[in-house]
Structures are given as C-alpha cells and as structure tokens.
Design a protein around this ligand. Structure first.
Ligand SMILES: NC(=O)c1ccc[n+]([C@@H]2O[C@H](COP(=O)([O-])OP(=O)(O)OC[C@H]3O[C@@H](n4cnc5c(N)ncnc54)[C@H](OP(=O)(O)O)[C@@H]3O)[C@@H](O)[C@H]2O)c1
Length: 319
C-alpha cells in the first residue's frame, strides 16, 4: 500500500529536481566548463576578428584587451579619436605578445541617429569577423523623470543603447553569415540588471535593455530555425554592477562590483556557452536569481528606489 510518507517523499524529489538542475548547471557554467573562445578563431590565414563597440573605456576596453590576449584581431569602435589612439597604444603595451595582431577602429557617435551603417562597415566587410560585442551603451544618474528630459535626451538614450546596435548588426549580418560557413559566429548584446527591474528615473534606459533581450531571442530564432541554422548565434549579457572610472559616480570594486578587467575575463570565459541569456559574472548570476525568482517586486522596487536615491545624490555632489 502506498503510504502518505512515500507519496510526500516522491513529491519532494520531484519538486527538488528543477533546483538541483539549476545548481548543477550553475556549477558547470561557472566552475567546470572549459573556455571555448578558441572555437571562434577560424577562417583564412589572416585570422579572425572581433568587433567591440564602446571600446575606449570600461568593460569594452577591458574586453578588447582580453580578446587580443586570446588571439583575435580587433575592430574597435569609439567616439573620440584621440582617446581611441591612446587606447590602441595601451592595448599594444598591455599585450606585447600579440604584436602582430591587426587592430583597427572606426568612429561614430552612437547617440546620434542617421548613420550610414553600410558605409561605416565598408572597410571591414572582407575581414573574417566571428565575434561581435555590442557593448556601447549606458544610462545616467542625473535623476530626471521622463517629462523632465528633453526629447533629444530620450532619442540619444534609445539610439545609443538600442538602435545603434540594431542597425550595426543589420549591416554586418550578411558578412557574419558568410563567415559562419567556416565555424561559429556569435553576436552579444550588453544588457543590464536595470532591464529586469526598471528602477525609477531609469525607465527609458531599462526599456532599451529589455528591447535588446527580446531582439536577441528573435534574431537567434531567425538564424537557428527558419532557414537555418546559419551558424550565427546571439546572446544577451545580463550585466550587473561593474566598476568603470568612466562613470559619473564610479562604484568601488567589491565582490558584487568587479573591476572591468575581472568582468572582461568572465565575458570571454562565457563566450560560446550556448545560452541566450547569461550573466558572465557568477555573483551577478546569484543576485539575479534572488531578484528575479525569489524576492517579490514590492521588495525590489523599494530597494532599487533607495539605491537610485543614493546614486543620484552622489552624482549631484560630484563624488
Ligand atoms: N558598468 C556597469 O555597472 C554596467 C551595469 C549594467 C550594464 N552595463 C552595460 O555595459 C556596457 C558598458 O558599460 P561600461 O560601464 O563599461 O561603460 P563606460 O565605462 O561608460 O564605457 C562606455 C564606452 O562606450 C563609449 N560611448 C559612450 N557613449 C558613446 C557614444 N554616444 N558614442 C560612441 N561611444 C560611446 C565610451 O566612450 P568614451 O570613452 O568616449 O566615453 C566608452 O568607450 C553598457 O552597454 C552598459 O549599459 C554596465
């Protein structure tokens, strides 16, 4: 006869399975899985190229250094040519063992509309690009409500975070599909925790990151399931707090706020892990689990408002 204890035991095991699976996949991704970045080093003799947008500071610059170290040629994007030239010199100095690598760049103010993206990528279309890091972006901590922002401010936020990566990707796609004939090609959009929790005074920024997450899934479905697979894949990086001296109010490095360099190493380690959404840094993954799956919206919304008050006050004091 089936006892109540046995039924409860079976029920307990069934309920535990998803949690055990989650723990096992966490350990696999962040502890056991070997890096597969070298799989993207395919193509002709000249080698493979990685594009990094917003590469003159913060996470973008650190990711460029990490990719160079791993054998990629680079195509960097920025908005300030003098700063870019210094960054190229700095990268060469930081990774002297890759002195033969090709490092190119292009300039474009991502916040402006009306770019000719075909023309922008013309000098690079014959290069064997296998990785694209759509890193350019960012919010602000000036603390304005939507109706206190100018239309121009809102357009700039949407252009920089959503439309620039969208149209750059659109122009690159035919060449990425061509390159995918000799091995995998991956496009990564840089998201934000703000996209999940939409803090006050950051609604537009948060919405642009939500846009990127949906875009990732749709474009990945396009390449995988319709006429595909074409070999081009997409991933959304769920970025949490990362220290960057480029910010109006930089956050100090801590366990929950890695340096850009530590974070870039994590990005490169998770590149090619096969997930459409991934938090490159393990501590952020744990934090996002609690925020998204454990805590209720009420707790999160109040806590994020408190955090925003602190950040806005720091920005206004010029700290
Ligand atoms: N750091 C974080 O805590 C955090 C958290 C969540 C999400 N993210 C996301 O991660 C990505 C990188 O963030 P980050 O903190 O590393 O940023 P960052 O340190 O401010 O660096 C941003 C990079 O983008 C460039 N850039 C900014 N506006 C531009 C424009 N209008 N046109 C062209 N280039 C422009 C900057 O150029 P200059 O050097 O000329 O300024 C710099 O190279 C962003 O997509 C951001 O939304 C970051």
């Amino acid at each position: 006869m089936v006892s109540t204890v046995n039924v409860l035991a079976v029920l307990g095991v069934l309920l535990a399975i998803p949690h055990l699976y989650r723990i096992a996949s966490f350990v696999w991704l962040y502890v056991l899985r070997p890096t597969t970045i070298k799989e993207y080093l395919h193509g002709p003799k000249g080698g493979a190229y990685a594009i990094v947008t917003g590469a003159t500071d913060g996470i973008g610059k650190a990711t460029a250094a990490e990719l160079l170290r791993n054998g990629f040629n680079l195509i960097l994007h920025g908005r300030n040519e003098a700063k870019m030239q210094k960054v190229v010199e700095e990268l060469r100095a930081r990774v002297p063992e890759k002195k033969d690598a090709d490092v190119r760049y292009f300039m474009a103010d991502a916040a402006q509309g009306g770019h000719d993206f075909e023309k922008m990528i013309e000098p690079f279309k014959d290069l064997h690009i296998t990785l694209v890091y759509h890193n350019v972006g960012g919010g602000d901590t000036i603390g304005l409500r939507l109706d206190e922002r100018t239309e121009e401010n809102v357009h700039h936020m949407i252009n920089k975070n959503a439309l620039f990566p969208l149209f750059l990707n659109r122009a690159l796609l035919p060449y990425l599909r061509r390159n995918a004939q000799s091995g995998p090609v991956l496009v990564q959009f840089f998201g934000s925790l703000a996209g999940d929790i939409a803090p006050p005074r950051l609604a537009v920024y948060a919405a642009t990151k939500g846009f990127l997450e949906s875009l990732t899934r749709g474009l990945d479905n396009d390449e995988l399931f319709f006429d595909g697979p074409t070999g081009v894949r997409y991933s959304y990086l769920a970025v949490g707090a990362v220290n960057s001296e480029n910010h109006e109010a930089p956050m100090a490095v801590s366990l929950s706020t890695p340096s850009s360099e530590t974070y870039a190493q994590c990005i490169v380690k998770r590149t090619g892990c096969g997930r459409r959404r991934v938090a490159p840094y393990a501590v952020h993954a744990m934090m996002q689990y609690f925020l998204r799956d454990v805590l209720g919206d009420g707790v999160i919304d109040k806590a994020s408002a408190d955090e925003m008050r602190t950040l806005i006050a720091r920005t206004r004091k010029g700290e």
